[in-house]
Unconditional design. Structure first.
Length: 411
């Protein structure tokens, strides 16, 4: 992928964070509505064929409103609540096109803040002694009802014992796309300081026989828009690939499991419930099954990987973002912004630990996981086959992931 395509796609990715209603329908490309951004892509039938690494381009990315002028605030002293999902909570009262750098975390319906300043565009708010800025359109003085789905995930987790085995329920949406699903995920519950948040940790690979059967890449059975383990244009991909081998001969699946267990312990200690999608060397759950279980049992889904890029030096961490060509397909269209918010949070957490971040992070990739996810979902690559995967390094990486998860959930 060329540098210019890459920077265009990054600018494009930031567009939906605009707080203004913006219609670019004259360009025939997309419509962005509000801070959460509903993006409507045109029908794909007229699109040119995708080739490996191609990112679907849209014009007018530079037309995003841009201002760094702080608004005048009227003094207020009142409690306000978030209305909407994945609303950006910022460290400065403005939006810069192409940059998400002033986004501290995202907030959801019912989250409470103290408002100290009001303007038509942004409100100045306080939480736990910190000052933030949120688009005034997404704040209300009246306490809203918590959406059923959120309340439900907490309730579902509460109804299981610590260590409960969770299989794929065939009645769940997309469950029938899975071909390997006799295995079980395991739910571990925090004791004492539970946050009521469940994190699905997916130790990448580790399904015996996973590469000898295939699943549809997309729920609408359209072809893949980027390359990867499976080439662009394919409609089916291996159910679970074998993973790469580190230059010292260690299989990727061994290291992802080790990291997943370390992350599990840190999450539990911090008060998160943890759904281990693979809790041992082999789990008979394919990528679709793991994703559908996470959709129904967890608040986010984090898959741990190291990249098999053939490089002989450590490239650092990055996450797989949603390619433009997938942003019009459900359930991606309704969820990709959450995926990116989670990915950006994880990278911030890793970076704060002093870990190297790959210069081209994030990498748009058409993954089965992304295509079927209805909760915030990320494939994070913690390095490549040349990376140090010693116990000490895995400790630092999982500290970074925990910090990133805390950022995402505003903890
Ligand atoms: Zn992998």
């Amino acid at each position: 992928m060329s540098i210019s395509k890459r920077s265009r796609s990054l600018r494009r990715a930031a567009l939906p964070f605009t707080a203004l209603m913006l219609s670019l329908s004259s360009c025939g490309t997309y419509t962005v509505i509000g801070e959460t951004g509903v993006v409507q892509e045109p029908a794909t039938s007229a699109e040119p064929a995708m080739t490996e690494g191609t990112v679907q381009q849209t014009e007018a990315a530079s037309e995003a409103p841009e201002t760094t002028a702080a608004p005048e605030f009227e003094n207020r002293d009142e409690t306000v609540y978030i209305i909407g999902e994945n609303i950006n909570v910022r460290t400065a009262p403005y939006i810069v096109a192409g940059e998400n750098s002033n986004i501290a975390f995202s907030a959801n319906t019912g989250d409470e803040f103290r408002r100290t300043g009001y303007s038509d565009s942004f409100s100045r708010v306080e939480r736990e002694g910190e000052i933030y800025y949120i688009s005034s359109d997404y704040l209300s003085k009246e306490k809203p009802e918590i959406p059923e789905s959120e309340a439900a995930s907490e309730e579902i987790a509460a109804s299981y014992e610590n260590g409960a085995e969770i299989g794929l329920d065939p009645s769940w949406t997309y469950a029938d796309f899975s071909v390997i699903n006799s295995g079980k995920a395991v739910l571990y519950k925090a004791t004492g300081n539970s946050k009521g948040i469940t994190v699905a940790v997916n130790a990448g690979h580790g399904t015996k026989g996973g590469s000898s059967v295939k699943t549809w890449c997309h729920p609408d059975k359209t072809p893949k828009v980027t390359g990867g383990t499976t080439a662009a244009g394919s409609t089916k991909a291996v159910a679970v690939s074998g993973g790469m081998t580190f230059s010292d001969g260690t299989p990727e699946a061994t290291v992802t499991l080790k990291a997943a267990k370390l992350l599990k312990d840190k999450l539990l200690a911090a008060g998160y419930d943890v759904l281990m999608l693979r809790d041992g060397e082999d789990v008979q759950l394919d990528n679709v099954a793991r994703t559908v279980i996470a959709n129904n049992m967890a608040d986010c889904h984090i898959a741990l990987h190291w990249d098999g890029d053939g490089l002989s030096s450590d490239k650092g961490c990055f996450y797989m973002s949603t390619p433009e060509g997938l942003k019009g397909m459900e359930p991606v269209a309704s969820n990709w912004q959450k995926h990116h918010a989670l990915g950006d949070s994880l990278i911030s957490g890793l970076s704060a630990q002093g870990l190297k971040i790959w210069g081209s992070n994030p990498l748009p990739m058409d993954l089965t996981q992304t295509s079927f996810s209805t909760v915030a979902s990320v494939d994070i690559e913690l390095g490549n086959q040349a990376s140090d995967h010693s116990d000490a390094k895995l400790q630092t990486l999982t500290d970074g992931l925990l910090a990133g998860i805390n950022i995402y959930f505003g903890q």
